[in-house]
Ligand binder design. Structure first.
Ligand SMILES: Nc1ncnc2c1ncn2[C@@H]1O[C@H](COP(=O)(O)OP(=O)(O)OP(=O)(O)O)[C@@H](O)[C@H]1O
Ligand SMILES: [Mg+2]
Length: 493
C-alpha cells in the first residue's frame, strides 16, 4: 500500500459546528457512521483527518470538500448530473441524498439528552444547510432528500427496553424512546393538566388507567419477543371519557403522545403518512424532500399512538396500518416514499371510537382484521356518583357545595347536592333511551348544568339552558318525560 497523506479540508470561515475550545486540538467525529479523528487548525478554519479506518481514510482523501454537521462529516455532493424528480418507488428506505443519516454509535461526541426527560429534549435536528460553495453558478439539479430519521433500535437496545420495568402508575421508564426526534407538539401534556377521574367498570375492574398501564407492559414484553403487540380499543357512547382517558395516560406515563383525530376532514392522509415536497436549495437548485407524517413519526420514535374516532378513518390509510398492528410491526410506504418503516418496540397503540352497534349515525362497523388486533374496553357512562365527582373536580366545588354520595342510589349533600343529584338521574333516564335519540347528553351537559347553578341560575332555567334546549320534535318529548319522572312539578313546555 502506498502512503496516503492525511486529507486536509480548508474553509473560508471558522467551522460553525466545532467549538473554539477544540481549536488547535483533536476531536472525534463520525463519517458514514464510523469514527474519525480530526485535528482542528488553531485558526478554526481547517481540519486534518489524522485517524480513520483505511477505507474511510481513502474515501476522505479523494474528497475536495466536507461539511461538519452535528458531530459528523458530511459529503458535499457534486452538483451534476440531474436526477429526474419523481420516481417514488425507487429510493432505498434509509438513503439520504446527499448525506445519509448516520446511526449514532455509542461514543457519540455530542451528548444525547437524558432519554426519559421529555421536556429537556431538543428540537429534532433540522436538515443541515450546506455551507455556501464558491463555485461556478450551478444548474438547477433535482435530488431526492430524506431528512434525518431516528435510527432503528439495535438488538441490545431492544433487550434493554424489554428489561425496563413498567410501573402500574406514574412515569413509565422508556430508555430508548427517540426523544430528540419527537416534535414538541407530540410531547405529553404537562403533569396535572388533564382532568380525568378514573372509575371501575366491568372490563376495567380497577379503572381504565391501570388497564392501559398493564397493556403497555404486555405490549413491551411481547413486541420485544417478536410476538403480537397488545393494543387497546376504547369504545362506547359519546362523552364517556374515552379520549380524555388516553390523554391522561400520556400525561401520567410521560411518553410521546401522538394524537390523531381520524376523521379525514381533520387530518389528511398526507398528514398521517407523509408527503413529498419540492424545496429550493441554497445553491439555486431544487430537491424533493420526504416528510414523515404523524403515524410514521410515532412508529419511528416510539410512544403512544392514539387514533381517536378510529371508525371514521380513511379505509385506505387503515389498510396500511394492519401490519403495524400485528407481529410484523411495520408500515409500508409503498407508492409514497417507498420505505418499509419498522416500528419502535415501545410504540403503543390505542384507538377510541363510538361503535356502530350503538346505532350512531354515520359510524361504520369495525372490520374483523382490526377487531382481531385489539383488546377492547367498553366504556359506558360512569355510575352516577362517579360522574358527580367529575363535576365537582371540573368546577372546583368544595365539599360544602357538592359532596357526592358513595353509591349510585345515594343523594349528594352540599349547597347544590340535591339539584345535581336530580339532574344526574334525569341524564341516566335519558341515556337509557340513547338508541332512540339523535343526541345523548354527556358529562359535558352535567358540568354545564353545575356551572349554571354556581352562577345563581334556578333549577328549571338551568335545565332548559343545558339540556332541553338542544332537542326538537319527538326527541324533545322524550326528554320532557325523563325530566317529569324525576321532577314531579315539571310542567313541560
Ligand atoms: N371520567 C371523566 N373525568 C373527567 N372528565 C370527564 C370524564 N368523562 C368525561 N369527561 C368530560 O366529558 C367530556 C367528554 O369526554 P371525552 O371527549 O373524553 O369523551 P369521549 O368518550 O371521547 O366522547 P366521544 O365519543 O364523543 O369522542 C370531556 O371534555 C371531559 O371533560
Ligand atoms: Mg372522543
Amino acid at each position: 500500500m502506498s502512503y496516503q497523506p492525511h486529507p486536509t479540508f480548508r474553509y473560508a470561515r471558522r467551522i460553525k459546528h466545532i467549538k473554539p475550545r477544540f481549536y488547535g486540538g483533536e476531536r472525534w467525529l463520525r463519517f458514514r457512521g464510523r469514527r474519525v479523528k480530526v485535528r482542528v487548525d488553531p485558526s478554526g478554519r481547517a481540519l486534518t483527518v489524522v485517524q480513520a479506518p483505511p477505507d474511510i481514510m481513502q474515501e476522505l482523501t479523494q474528497l475536495k470538500k466536507v461539511r461538519v454537521v452535528d458531530g459528523r462529516l458530511a459529503v458535499e455532493k457534486p452538483r451534476a448530473p440531474v436526477t429526474p424528480t419523481a420516481s417514488p418507488a425507487q429510493p432505498s428506505p434509509t438513503q439520504t441524498l446527499p448525506p445519509p443519516p448516520q446511526p449514532a454509535p455509542p461514543p457519540a461526541t455530542t451528548p444525547e439528552p437524558a432519554p426519559s426527560e421529555p421536556f429537556q429534549a431538543p428540537e429534532p435536528t433540522p436538515e443541515p444547510q450546506p455551507e455556501p460553495v464558491e463555485q461556478q453558478k450551478p444548474q438547477k439539479p433535482v435530488a431526492e432528500v430524506y431528512p434525518a430519521k431516528p435510527p432503528p433500535l439495535t438488538r441490545k437496545e431492544i433487550e434493554a427496553t424489554r428489561r425496563a420495568p413498567v410501573p402500574n402508575k406514574g412515569r413509565i421508564p422508556a430508555p430508548y424512546i427517540r426523544w430528540n426526534f419527537v416534535e414538541k407538539r407530540y410531547y405529553p401534556p404537562e403533569p396535572g393538566s388533564v382532568t380525568y377521574m378514573d372509575y371501575p367498570s366491568p372490563d376495567a375492574k380497577k379503572g381504565v388507567l391501570p388497564e392501559l398501564y398493564h397493556a403497555f407492559a404486555m405490549n413491551r414484553k411481547y413486541v420485544t419477543e417478536g410476538k403480537d403487540p397488545v393494543s387497546i380499543m376504547l369504545h362506547g357512547p359519546a362523552g364517556t371519557g374515552k379520549s380524555i382517558a388516553v390523554e391522561k395516560f400520556a400525561e401520567m406515563a410521560g411518553l410521546p403522545y401522538y394524537y390523531i383525530p381520524a376523521e379525514p376532514a381533520a387530518m389528511t392522509s398526507e398528514q398521517l403518512l407523509g408527503r413529498k415536497e419540492i424545496e429550493s436549495t441554497p445553491e439555486g437548485g431544487y430537491r424533493t424532500v420526504w416528510h414523515d407524517g404523524t403515524i410514521v413519526q410515532a412508529a419511528r420514535t416510539g410512544g403512544i399512538l392514539h387514533i381517536d374516532e378510529f371508525s371514521l378513518m380513511d379505509p385506505e390509510v387503515t389498510a396500511r396500518l394492519h401490519e403495524l398492528f400485528d407481529s410484523k410491526r411495520r408500515l409500508s410506504l409503498e407508492g409514497l416514499s417507498g420505505e418499509l418503516v419498522r416500528a419502535h418496540p415501545d410504540l403503543f397503540v390505542v384507538i377510541s371510537l363510538n361503535p356502530a352497534e350503538l346505532g350512531i349515525e354515520g359510524v361504520k362497523r369495525l372490520s374483523s382484521p382490526i377487531r382481531r388486533r385489539f383488546r377492547g374496553i367498553y366504556m359506558d357512562y360512569p355510575p352516577l356518583h362517579h360522574e358527580m365527582e367529575v363535576i365537582k373536580k371540573q368546577l372546583g366545588f368544595k365539599d360544602t357545595e357538592l359532596n357526592p354520595p358513595s353509591t349510585t342510589s345515594g343523594v349528594a349533600t352540599g349547597k347544590y347536592g340535591k339539584e345535581i343529584t336530580q339532574f344526574m338521574r334525569i341524564l341516566n333516564d335519558v341515556r337509557a333511551k340513547q338508541s332512540e335519540l339523535a343526541y345523548v347528553p354527556t358529562s359535558s351537559e352535567a358540568v354545564d348544568f353545575g356551572r349554571e347553578l354556581k352562577t345563581g341560575t334556578d333549577f328549571e332555567t338551568a335545565i332548559h339552558r343545558t339540556l332541553l334546549g338542544k332537542y326538537v320534535g319527538d326527541d324533545r318529548l322524550k326528554i320532557n318525560e325523563s325530566i317529569k319522572a324525576h321532577v314531579p312539578t315539571w310542567r313541560g313546555e
